[in-house]
Design a protein around this ligand. Structure first.
Ligand code: FAD
Length: 568
């Protein structure tokens, strides 16, 4: 047995020497029966997932004292921001993927990969239970288990259907490379189908009606890509389709791209209207049938629209394995695994979660902040002066909890003291600011309800992967010399500094070689120049030179020859 549980001491008979070796995990060393140390067993890190979080963890982990076991149902990393481009053949599927073995191979680390899906995590026995698509023995057994010392969960999320009837059966999702390839084939199929004889005009129109549900960045980018594909390439090859094809975007909120600056939202809506993309705002999909989709407006009016193809892009939901794990550890009422700011799953030792499957526990953060203030109140008077307040905020809270800082900045506030001032002004009190735990709690509740969880983006996931890899690299060193902040509860310091997200900006490609860019400091740029910025950023962000060359050559090929419309 390779990895016994912490408390157990195993006696292992060696084939070569015939002697006994006692193994104690507490110091992870092997001893021969005469007590001489024979070697140190490496701690086994099991990594679930090879997406943004998993791949960046793997890429940045450098400490050779670990044995890394990667488990994922796909043996590659996919550069998801280019998936919308794959749906229309602007970029080929193979150009946006990198084999995970390539990512792990460059290391002096012991890394192995198993292509399988984890279906159960058992923190009690420190095992993960996995299922492979391939038969593992002559009886076709597909399941196996793997022990771990540390578990890193980076399984991402799945598309959310909100249990709306017919979505699962009739819609395309845009989450994986296979989804993008399927969409590409279906678009071309639709044009071929609409070109067949014996169809009436109405039927042709239905087949060429493409509906996108969800006005977030993915839905908007897909709608623009499809519009470009149709107008720049397909109508030249299928001239009869020109007046029949229609793209509709359904969005439940009052605007598309709500997470972007208002100027970007307005520009995108105007551009789509000029391009003839029908944006229906305030439309909540209620049902999807094989050939039509029903949506309800805010006024309660229900309309049914015939369609040929739907792409569903309304956000993300929890994977079953994570749901099951959350139930086991008492987090069953949450939507994502709650971690502390060091990305360790709450209530579990040695289990970390990052990326789309995890979230930093906001309620806990608020409790901690109240504790920080209480601790700063040295004479237990229940009050702090405004200056003391500000010091605690600047020196402690904003360092520990960047999401609070981001929120306050977005509100144009210097700190929680400003927020308290505002609360007091609203409540009609003009007292000088002093810490009253009651007032503080009510001010913090405001923050709590408004601070956004870290966005579910590749940017967050990749930064978390890098952060955790660095923590693992310095685990032993930091055990001896902790470098993190002073503990709020208990003595001493935390081993590491908490995770701190640095927002580098976001893009929304809008088609026609125009992109909207929102960079830090709320710097907004829209148009052709941002498109060139988009090209350079996405070329530079590729995980390898191989994919970088492939992606850039795909862009050049598309400029010269247009997109390929063969259905293969
Ligand atoms: P993922 O990247 O989804 O990876 C999850 C991994 O876990 C995969 O390897 C999967 O195979 C594996 N896995 C799944 N189930 C199991 C299991 N049971 N056991 C083991 N392994 C499992 N973000 C940006 O920042 N910028 C963008 O421009 C952007 N564009 C996007 C465009 C599209 C079309 C999409 C779909 C997403 C986009 N995102 C973007 C969001 C970004 O892709 C996600 O936030 C990011 O992928 C999350 O990373 P992750 O590692 O948590 O999950």
């Amino acid at each position: 047995h390779d990895h016994p549980s912490l408390s157990r001491i195993l006696l292992v008979s060696t084939i070569s020497g015939g002697g006994l070796i006692a193994y104690s995990e507490a110091n992870a060393s092997f001893y021969s029966n005469n007590g001489v140390e024979t070697g140190t067993r490496k701690k086994k890190v099991v990594l679930l997932g090879t997406g943004w979080a998993g791949a960046s963890f793997l890429k940045d982990l450098n400490n050779p004292s670990y044995e890394v076991q990667v488990i994922s149902p796909r043996n590659y990393f996919a550069f998801t921001p280019l998936l919308p481009s794959v749906t229309c053949g602007t970029v080929e599927a193979r150009s946006v993927v990198e084999p995970v073995r390539n990512i792990g191979r460059k290391k002096n680390l012991e890394v192995s990969f198993l292509e399988a899906e984890c279906f159960r995590i058992d923190p009690g026995s420190k095992k993960v239970y996995c299922r492979s698509k391939q038969g593992l023995d002559s009886k076709g057994k597909k399941e196996f288990d793997v022990d771990y010392d540390y578990l890193v969960i980076a399984t991402g999320a799945q598309s959310n259907t909100f249990n709306i009837p017919g979505v699962e059966e009739n819609c395309h999702f845009l989450k994986e490379v296979e989804d993008a390839q399927r969409i590409r084939r279906t678009v071309i199929d639709s044009f071929e189908k609409a070109n067949l004889p014996n169809l009436n005009e109405e039927e042709r129109k239905r087949i060429l009606h493409f509906v996108v549900v969800g006005g977030g960045p993915t839905g908007v980018e897909f709608a623009s890509e499809l519009h470009d594909f149709v107008t720049e390439d397909l109508v030249k090859l299928y001239p009869k389709a020109k007046n029949l094809v229609q793209i509709t975007l359904l969005e439940a909120a009052d605007h598309i791209l709500t997470m972007f600056d208002k100027r970007i939202t307005e520009f995108a809506e105007e551009k789509f209207s000029r391009d003839g993309i029908d944006v229906k705002l305030g439309s909540m999909v209620t049902k999807v049938n094989e050939k039509d989709i029903s949506a309800k407006t805010k006024g309660g009016e229900v309309s049914t629209i015939p369609y040929g193809m739907i792409v569903w892009s309304t956000g993300i939901g929890t994977r079953p394995v994570i749901k099951d794990f959350m139930k086991q550890i008492g987090q069953g009422n949450r939507r994502a695994l709650a971690t502390n700011e060091w990305l360790r799953v709450e209530g579990c030792d040695n289990i970390y979660a990052l990326g789309d499957c995890a979230t930093i526990n906001q309620r806990k953060v608020m409790e901690d902040i109240v504790d920080i203030f209480k601790k700063a109140d040295k004479d237990n008077s229940g009050k702090l002066t405004q200056r003391e307040f500000q010091e605690v905020i600047d020196d402690d809270i904003c360092v520990r909890y960047p999401q609070v800082e981001l929120y306050l900045k977005s509100k144009g506030m210097r700190g929680i003291a400003d927020l308290l001032k505002q609360t007091q002004a609203e409540n009609g009190s003009n007292k000088p600011i002093e810490l009253s735990i009651e007032e503080l709690t009510s001010a913090l509740c405001q923050v709590d309800s408004q601070v956004k969880f870290l966005p579910a983006t590749g940017q967050v996931a990749a930064q978390q992967g890098t952060y955790l890899a660095k923590c693992f690299d310095r685990m032993e060193e930091c055990e001896k010399n902790p470098e993190g902040p002073i503990r709020i509860r208990g003595e001493g310091r935390h081993r590491f500094r908490p995770f701190r997200y640095r927002h580098l900006g976001q893009f929304a490609p809008l088609g026609g070689e125009q992109t909207a860019a929102q960079l830090p400091g709320d710097w907004v740029s829209i148009g052709h120049s941002s498109q060139w910025l988009w090209y350079s950023v996405y070329a530079s962000k590729q995980v390898s030179w191989r994919t970088r060359v492939l992606v850039v050559s795909d862009w050049v090929r598309r400029f010269i020859f247009g997109r390929d419309s063969s259905r293969i």
